[in-house]
Ligand binder design. Sequence first.
Ligand SMILES: NC(=O)c1ccc[n+]([C@@H]2O[C@H](COP(=O)([O-])OP(=O)(O)OC[C@H]3O[C@@H](n4cnc5c(N)ncnc54)[C@H](O)[C@@H]3O)[C@@H](O)[C@H]2O)c1
Ligand SMILES: [Zn+2]
Length: 369
Amino acid sequence: MIEIKSTNYSVFIVKDIVKELNSFFKLNKVKYSKIFILVDENTLKYCYPQLGAEVTEFKKAEIIEIDSGEENKSIELCIQIWSALSEMKADRLSLLVNLGGGVIGDMGGFIASTFKRGIDFINIPTTLLSQVDASIGGKVGIDFNHLKNEIGVFSNPSGVFVDINMLNTLDKRQVLSGFAEMIKHALIADENYWNEIKQANLSNLADFDSLIESSINIKNSIVQKDPMEKNIRKSLNFGHTIGHAIETLFLDHNTVEKTLLHGEAIAIGMVCEAYLSNQKLTLSAIQLKEITNFILNIYSPALFSESDYDSLIELMLHDKKNNNGEINFTLISAIGKSEINKIISTDLIKESLNYYLEKSQIVLKNKNI
Ligand SMILES: NC(=O)c1ccc[n+]([C@@H]2O[C@H](COP(=O)([O-])OP(=O)(O)OC[C@H]3O[C@@H](n4cnc5c(N)ncnc54)[C@H](O)[C@@H]3O)[C@@H](O)[C@H]2O)c1
Ligand SMILES: [Zn+2]
């Protein structure tokens, strides 16, 4: 077991999750009056059975099941879950266990932080994205009025238990979505880690143990330095200014059909923002090419076109991270080195979208030969 210490809680990367959870509850100073486990239909089916049968404290736990999907990270579902907790007589000494991906973790954390002014929660992340990203850093919340993560608070769990075996039932697209955040961690913070990431065998999750650990360490050390995102935490937004706009375009827009997972959108954002880094900072043409080829060989090209550029810029302007009509970026001056608060003109942003479309068409053609 590896323990990574964070602000008054730990992330445990475990080999035997049952054993570690049993000893966590044994050693924990707080004796919980009741335990509630939040799941969706997939984590209930794939992740809960062993834990429910073998973790002593979970044997008498109450299960709260919701439907999977980002559309359920909503105030309506919160009301249902708060009601369920009330009806089942949850009190200030109750514990909520978030067993699932980022949707369960974000919403469960928010529910726990607001119910009776806050009860303890632990995260057992079951997707790669939630293991390396969403379950760490204390951001919890829900979507509201079609705006992602519009309502929420900063609130830390009492513990995070990461078990790579949870990922065995996850489909490949979801694995790759989480992998995009690992690529981001390498690009903003650690060139050696980038070199390891490049060697990763994406079809063999057993290879991922040490990569997951490196990613958690990077994210954890950044959020510990700047928990409220006043400065250095913004480096985690690399790829996200353009990536979020593309994610929303695919959610909202009628002209684009295929849905995009979060990490797939961020992968596109990273190619565009690496281009901006080459134009505005010192990222070399060689490293830009290396990043572009690596990402485009993993993720299939997204079907948007020049006619979507104005909508994308509009979406970037409305992003809550951007003020005064200026679009704010985190860029990289080299692989492993990020710089925050870079303002980029809309013309250059459009140029970066052109760069993505052009390069992704070339990769697509080469793959078809
Ligand atoms: N709080 C943060 O700092 C932070 C950071 C990044 C992302 N997020 C949030 O995370 C969410 C995305 O998280 P996600 O990618 O984990 O999506 P998700 O929670 O929707 O999970 C993806 C799918 O995988 C299924 N699933 C989960 N575990 C499984 C398993 N072990 N086997 C089979 N299927 C499984 C789920 O039921 C779901 O259908 C978004 O809402 C995003 O805003 C939060
Ligand atoms: Zn992200």
